[in-house]
Every structure is written in structure tokens, then in C-alpha cells.
Design a binder for this molecule. Structure first.
Ligand code: VG1
Ligand code: CO
Length: 551
């Protein structure tokens, strides 16, 4: 086997975002672009000779080509073994599971998650460390620094590896073990949930629909729901992963998962509906004619965890990302366990889970998970819900309404303004910064910040976080405008987009009064929405009359 050292020059734009490096496929196809980034990863993580690497992706366009390159580079960089999901497939949670189970050095996950795929769609690459979680910021920053001064990379001169048959092949001294991408993950799920009870629920006429969105969860959902839990074959929709996700946008929300939404809101609707995203780490939960906001979902899982075998021993704590609603905080207070507020992105939960400080984690962006792995986990959340439904024998809607009656309702919505000019988005954020003083200025009576109708500003800041485990500090994580009554408005720029900027506006208020719990969130949040638009000049500055996506 010949190893080659290839001279290269740096690209300046290989800075990982919220979740790895994401770019359009044509960007990844530029000469040496992928190789530069992969070598920067290998140089940064400095695996000992003979180490094992996990490799797989969500099956999107360019997945297979990238895998061939990475295998040859891994061999030339001294790895001893690569555990590769068959056909290059591994969902993000399954990759995390495999990294942990086989105690590997880490893994490379190829995915741009919920972003569309195809020749002009998005591609992405992410490194996960030995705990199975996304590399923390100090590593992603070191990878970026390495990419800025890279001069050469190492690659083997070898024929392509067969990706579609299980078994071992050699690439020089490195073994490539092609393995079933589903079985380790399915086994882990069986160890956490009461499959017997769920099977009984499903055989008793309780109907479910799972939307795989032509993305990676199809084979996992089939194995778990159909083969192991006995659900009818047609319970899983769009179950074959396609390189372009059937031309769709594999984002499990009310806008993009419309086929599922139509089924759940139609006549003769199933009792339960769920969807996952491109790489299988997100989840959307629906009841018959009912939508569960992800923030509520986290709170409800926490409040019902005692019904689920894997969590019966109790929760150490809960963590949620800053923009996620405080519904989980109320449950944590009742359970008398800590609740942590982290910046957006799963990489901030890893330290808390490794230190045993939290068991459940969640983000408003349809991400929920636990310390069973170190990624958010779409199918895990669906199974957690099914386990609760099997134990409680109530409808999804009844469970949510009972939860609100007990804890009050954190009314919540997120408005995304996608693909706006970067200058306009930065202008909005700058303006908000400039307004902090005025919004917080003491009134004549010296009683606090600016007044908008019955709402008074308590505090404005740009969220920063000090990791309680390693003391690392992350600043600039989103602008918060907090009101005296607990309502809040948050503005953040997305770190996963590949085109222009995406501005996210998060809105939350608290409603203890049960007689108002039936209100539509947009209606209930109307005042906050208009305050947010007024103080940010968002419409004037972006020329957008309304958001692209509302969740
Ligand atoms: C978004 C979400 C964030 C999530 C991230 C990765 O990031 O808001 O909560 O962790 O996507 O999810 P941003 O920076 O665009 O807001 V995934 O399923 O794309 O790995
Ligand atoms: Co994802």
C-alpha cells in the first residue's frame, strides 16, 4: 500500500458552526476541500497509532464519495480500524452509540442534518469524541486553526472499499469493518424502554405513523416499530433513505413534515405521529389533531420518567438550551433536581452528562435526549413517548393538558427568517445591542426598564455561559430581552445555514390560568411578537413581512 503526502493550501472558511462544518456540495467538491478539513481533524485529535474510528452518515448526496476519501486518509494517518455503517449509513445517535459501545477514539459523522441534500444541496462533516458527543468548542476551534495553516495531507493510493457488504476488508494495515448500522442502536433502545408494554399498546388498536422523510431513520424505524414492536408496515412513511431526500427538506416541523401533519389532522387520524430529521437526531411529536412543542415535550418526558424502565431510578438533573422554554425548569423544581441553561447546540450538554449532573437534555429545535448517548436522539424520544402512552393509556393531548394544568403552560413559539442578507441580519443584532441601555434605563420613578403596555423590561443581555465542569466560557450566544413577568424575547443568528443568514426569534410567556390554555400560541404571544418586531426593526431592515417558518 502506497501512502501519498499531498501539498495543499488552506481554505479560510472551514470554521465548524453549531454542529460541524456545513457547506453546499459544490464547496466540498473544490480541490482538496474535504481532504483539508479531514486532515485538520486528524491533526487536532491526534489519535494514537492503531486507534479505532467510527464512520457513517445520513446517506445524503456525496456521502459515499466522502467515505472513500476519509477511509483512505484514515489508513494513511495510522488508524488501525474503522467501524463503518453498511452502505455508509449511520444516524447521528447510532454513531454516538457505536463510539461509546466499542470504546473507540471517536467518529466522523457525515450529515447536514435537516438541510436539503442533492448535487446543489448541503453536505456536512462533524467530529465526535470518545464520549460519543460532538467535539466541544475548544476542539472545533483547534480544527479551524489547523485548517487555516494546513500545508499537506496524507492519503492512501488504494482502490475503493466495498461499502454494501458486511464484513472486514483491509486497507493497508487498517481494517475496515462494515457493520449493520441498526442493530447496536436497536438493542440499546430495548434496554431502556418497556418494549412489551409498547407492543401491547400497538396490538390493542393504538395507531402510529412515523415519518422518516426519505432520510436516515427509515431502516431504524422499520426494525424497531415494525419488526420489534409489531406495528403495521405502513406505520413508517418514506422509509428508504434517498440521497436527495426525495427533493424534500428533512426537517421534522409543521411546515416541512406536511404529509405527516395532514395525516394527523385529517379524518380517521392515527393516535400518535412522529417524524425525524435527515440524520435522525431530531423528533417532532404529534397527537391526533395535536402538536407538542419540543420544549413541552422535554418537560413532559422529565415529569413522566418514572414510568420508563431506563429512568426509574430518577433523574440527576435536566439541561436545556437557552432559547428552550422554561417548562422543564418547573418540572426540575418539583423533582428537586438542578436545571442547567446552556448555549444552543448539543456539544454543550456533553460535559454535564459526563460529570453525572444531568440525565435529560433538550432543545426547542426538536432535539431531546439523555445520557444513554451523547447526541440528541429522535427515535429515543418517540419510544419514550410511546412508553409513557403505554403506561398512562391516555391520549397525547390529555397528557399535555394535564401537564399544563399541573405546572402552568409556557406558551412558546419560534419564528425563523431564513436566507436573509447577512448585512441586514447583523444590522438587526447590532441595533438590539445598541438598545440595551435604553430598554433597561430606569424610569422616572426608578422602577426598572422600558414599559410596553403591561410588560416591563427587566434585563437585556447577550447570553454567555460558563461551563460548570471545565470553566470554559462561551459568549455571544443570543440576545435576551427578559420581562418582569417572566416573558422573554430572544434573537439569535443560526450557525447551521449555508446561504446568507437565518435570524431566529424565540418568544415565550407563562400562563398559569387553565381557562386560557386552549389559546393558539401565536394569538397568546401576539403582544410579544409586535414588541420584538418594533424594537428590532426586523421588517424594515430585512424587507420580510413574515417569517419563513413558524414552530
Ligand atoms: C440548529 C438548532 C440547534 C441545533 C442545531 C443542530 O442550530 O437551533 O438547537 O442544535 O441546529 O441540530 P442553529 O445554529 O441553526 O440555530 V441538527 O439536527 O442540525 O444537528
Ligand atoms: Co439533525
Amino acid at each position: 500500500m502506497q501512502f501519498r503526502t499531498v501539498s495543499t493550501t488552506p481554505y479560510t472558511d472551514q470554521k465548524p458552526g453549531t454542529s460541524g462544518l456545513r457547506k453546499r456540495v459544490p464547496a466540498f467538491r473544490q480541490p482538496h476541500y474535504l481532504e483539508n478539513f479531514v486532515q485538520s481533524v486528524f491533526d487536532t485529535v491526534a489519535a494514537p497509532p492503531g486507534a479505532t474510528l467510527v464512520l457513517g452518515g445520513d446517506g445524503r448526496y456525496y456521502n459515499r464519495e466522502a467515505i472513500q476519501v476519509i477511509l483512505k486518509m484514515a489508513a494513511a494517518n495510522g488508524f488501525g480500524r474503522v467501524l463503518l455503517g453498511r452502505s455508509g449509513i449511520l444516524s447521528t445517535p447510532a454513531a454516538s452509540c457505536v463510539i461509546r459501545k466499542y470504546q473507540t477514539h471517536g467518529g466522523i459523522i457525515l450529515s447536514a442534518s435537516h438541510n436539503p441534500g442533492g448535487p446543489d444541496g448541503d453536505f456536512g462533516i462533524k467530529y465526535n469524541t470518545a464520549n460519543g458527543g460532538p467535539a466541544p468548542e475548544k476542539i472545533t476551534e483547534a480544527i479551524f486553526a489547523a485548517s487555516r495553516k494546513i500545508a499537506q495531507y496524507r492519503i492512501a493510493d488504494a482502490p475503493d472499499v466495498a461499502l454494501d457488504t458486511s464484513g472486514d476488508t483491509m486497507l493497508g494495515d487498517m481494517t475496515v469493518s462494515v457493520t449493520d448500522p441498526v442493530s447496536d442502536y436497536a438493542e440499546l433502545m430495548e434496554s431502556l424502554f418497556d418494549f412489551g408494554a409498547i407492543r401491547k399498546l400497538l396490538s390493542g388498536g393504538f395507531r402510529i405513523k412515523f415519518e422518516a422523510m426519505h432520510a436516515v431513520t427509515g431502516p431504524y424505524a422499520r426494525e424497531i416499530f415494525v419488526n420489534r414492536l409489531g406495528a403495521p408496515e405502513d406505520s413508517v412513511m418514506n422509509a428508504v433513505p434517498l440521497p436527495d431526500f426525495g427533493g424534500g427538506h428533512p426537517d421534522p416541523n409543521l411546515t416541512y413534515a406536511h404529509e405527516l401533519v395532514e395525516a394527523l389532522y385529517g379524518s380517521n387520524a392515527p393516535d400518535f405521529g412522529a417524524a425525524s430529521d435527515g440524520d435522525g437526531d431530531r423528533n417532532m411529536i404529534l397527537g391526533r389533531h395535536f402538536f407538542v412543542t419540543p420544549s413541552d415535550s422535554l418537560a413532559i418526558l422529565a415529569a413522566n420518567a418514572h414510568q420508563v424502565p431506563g429512568y426509574q431510578q430518577g433523574l440527576a438533573g435536566i439541561a436545556r438550551s437557552m432559547p428552550t422554554s422554561a417548562a422543564a425548569d418547573r418540572v426540575a423544581a418539583t423533582l428537586n433536581i438542578p436545571c442547567y441553561e446552556t448555549p444552543t447546540g448539543w456539544k454543550f450538554f456533553g460535559n454535564l452528562m459526563d460529570a453525572g449532573k444531568v440525565t435529560l437534555c433538550g432543545e426547542e429545535s426538536f432535539g431531546t435526549g439523555s445520557d444513554h448517548i451523547r447526541e440528541k436522539d429522535g427515535l429515543w424520544a418517540v419510544l419514550f413517548w410511546l412508553n409513557i402512552l403505554a403506561a398512562r393509556r391516555q391520549s397525547v393531548e390529555a397528557i399535555v393538558r394535564e401537564h399544563w394544568a399541573r405546572f402552568g403552560r409556557n406558551v412558546y413559539s419560534r419564528h425563523d427568517y431564513e436566507g436573509i442578507p447577512t448585512d441586514a441580519a447583523n444590522g438587526v443584532m447590532r441595533l438590539l445591542h445598541e438598545r440595551f441601555a435604553e430598554l433597561q434605563a430606569c424610569t422616572e420613578q426608578g422602577r426598572g426598564g422600558a414599559q410596553f403596555g403591561h410588560l416591563q423590561v427587566r434585563l437585556c443581555d447577550d447570553f454567555s455561559y460558563t461551563d460548570p465542569v471545565d470553566g470554559s466560557v462561551s459568549t455571544g450566544q443570543g440576545i435576551r430581552i427578559l420581562f418582569v413577568d417572566g416573558s422573554r424575547i430572544v434573537f439569535r443568528l443560526s450557525g447551521t445555514g449555508t446561504e446568507g443568514a437565518t435570524l431566529r426569534l424565540y418568544l415565550e410567556s407563562y400562563e398559569p390560568d387553565v381557562s386560557k390554555h386552549h389559546l393558539d400560541a401565536q394569538q397568546a404571544l401576539a403582544t410579544l411578537i409586535s414588541i420584538a418586531l418594533e424594537i428590532s426593526e426586523l421588517r424594515q431592515r430585512t424587507g420580510r413581512e413574515r417569517p419563513t417558518v413558524i414552530t
